[in-house]
Design a protein around this ligand. Structure first.
Ligand SMILES: *Cc1c(COP(=O)(O)O)cnc(C)c1O
Length: 219
């Protein structure tokens, strides 16, 4: 039997609730972000009808094109920017997104502050950590995290927490545990970690936001 996306959504919500129970956490302390990059408005609509309101997108232009019309009908949607962000898109990103998960360098921080001052709107930001020290991935190096967090805290952008994408094809547990430990060390509460294949593990290690895409849309 193939499930539709609303049924998959219910399954994932159950999975989060179960992982929370085992970890003695409250399910309402975990936000499920439905990642809809590459999905059409027609694919998104059933999730909106099922009550989903937090959505993640990776590209500014694609998000703006898709969400303009959807937001007129669902004004309480919260859009999360989860992809790498170019500084020259900071104005558009600040106008469009409610939360930014991919703050990964001082130049982007400066661009977002400037954009926020122009727009009179400062979306909360997660600092992305390059948790596996991978050259090809974005994120602040672990060794540079402390000074960078100080910069963010001195800025008008509210710090939502830390975000990571563990290395492919490895057990994610130690990377999630390390991100949680860094958050404790730096007195940060939010943890954006966990995707389709590992959101339950992430919840068991303290995730407060999981970003789930393919598990909502594919068998
Ligand atoms: C695409 C993406 C996700 C969702 O990944 P799935 O494996 O499809 O659940 C989560 N986080 C980021 C940063 C992504 O780019």
């Amino acid at each position: 039997m193939t499930l539709d996306s609303a049924s998959r959504l219910a399954e994932i919500r159950n999975g989060i609730a179960e992982a929370c129970k085992v970890a003695r956490r409250k399910a309402e302390d975990v936000t499920l972000i439905a990642v809809t990059k590459g999905r059409s408005a027609d694919q998104i609509e059933p999730l909106l009808k099922a009550g989903q309101r937090d959505f993640g997108e990776s590209r500014v232009q694609e998000a703006r094109a898709k969400w303009h019309a959807l937001r007129l009908r669902y004004p309480d949607v919260l859009l999360h920017m989860i992809g790498q962000l170019q500084s020259n898109k900071a104005d558009e990103a600040v106008a469009l997104f409610d939360v930014i998960h991919s703050l990964d360098r001082p130049s982007l921080l400066a661009a977002l502050v400037k954009a926020g001052e122009k727009a009179g709107r400062f979306p909360p930001v997660y600092v992305q950590v390059n948790i596996g020290a991978e050259d090809q991935k974005g994120g602040v190096a672990v060794a540079e995290l402390g000074p960078f967090l100080d910069e963010v805290c001195a800025s008008p952008l509210p710090l939502a927490g830390l975000m990571c994408i563990p290395p492919d094809e490895q057990q994610p547990d130690p990377y999630f545990a390390l991100l949680a430990e860094l958050a404790r060390r730096h007195d940060v509460t939010g943890l954006s970690m966990g995707m389709s294949s590992d959101y339950k593990v992430a919840v068991s290690l303290g995730a407060t936001a999981v970003r789930v895409g393919s598990a909502l849309f594919e068998a």
